[in-house]
Design a protein around this ligand. Structure first.
Ligand code: ATP
Length: 239
């Protein structure tokens, strides 16, 4: 296994106007890892993901992916490098079918056989989506839309998958299904950086974790250690 980070953020600072949302964040993701980014509301988690995706640009600090500098690259080029963020919440195309939504996820690709094989794999991960293959996506339940959003991101065959609260608003049984699926996605070779409010569930599948507070790194380390860190337990894991 390579010891070079796949993704590396070095002292990143991100602002909205004069307001610093991320302050001096240093973070790495190694190939094959699941890394989780935790913290309370407004800690800067989504901002960090949007910055990696190229939707926001850091005022200071450097970002590299597979040794390549990301700073200043537009979002569409970052997707082409293999960094794909699953659409937040339920941002799927409501008037299109489940199957068409998955096709749209593969828009950066031209390998037709690979696309078909990956679609088959998405339907294996989410049999519920296969049962609703021709259904308009806007009529799916919230949980099914979440699965579709994740499936659509996988269709881009990302090297690094970015997930922003994939379990948001889901019933506990679906939360479990989503996290099991993320673990399977990693087993199939995709590296994952996942932002979660549901810290316990995320720490169970993650290798390492970073905890943000007001835009600054508060704690980081192996997921098991973070899960047992008294400060983290107190603040995020309900005592
Ligand atoms: P949540 O879980 O509530 O989404 P988060 O950790 O993802 O929290 P961010 O959404 O990254 O936090 O927000 C970090 C800070 O930046 C917050 O103080 C937020 O109010 C601010 N912020 C986020 N988006 C904007 C924006 N478009 N304009 C101005 N400030 C913003």
């Amino acid at each position: 296994p390579s010891s070079e980070p796949m993704l590396s953020l070095d002292r990143i600072e991100v602002y909205y106007g004069n307001i610093a949302a991320v302050r001096g964040l240093t973070l790495t993701v190694m190939p094959g890892e699941i890394v989780t980014l935790l913290g309370s509301n407004g800690a800067g988690k989504s901002t960090t993901l949007r910055t990696i995706s190229g939707l926001l640009h850091p005022r200071r600090g450097t970002m590299t992916f597979e040794g390549r500098r990301l700073n200043g690259l537009p979002a569409h080029q970052i997707v082409r490098l293999g960094i794909v963020q699953a659409p937040e919440g339920r941002r799927i195309f409501p008037r299109m079918s489940v199957d068409e939504n998955l096709d749209l996820g593969a828009f950066v690709r031209t390998d037709r056989h690979g696309i078909a094989a990956d679609k088959e794999q998405v339907y294996e991960l989410f049999p519920r989506l296969r049962e609703r293959i021709a259904q308009r996506a806007g009529t799916l339940s919230g949980g099914e839309q979440q699965m579709l959003a994740l499936g659509r991101a996988l269709m881009a065959r990302p090297k690094l998958l970015l997930l922003d609260e994939p379990s948001m608003g889901l019933a506990p049984v679906l939360v479990e299904l989503i996290f099991e699926t993320i673990a399977r996605i990693r087993q199939q070779g995709t590296t994952v950086l996942v932002v979660e409010q549901n810290a316990l569930a995320a720490l169970e599948i993650a290798d390492r974790a970073y905890v943000l507070e007001s835009g600054r790194l508060k704690v980081s380390g192996a997921a098991v250690d973070v899960a047992n860190n008294p400060e983290v337990v107190q603040a995020y894991l309900g005592g």
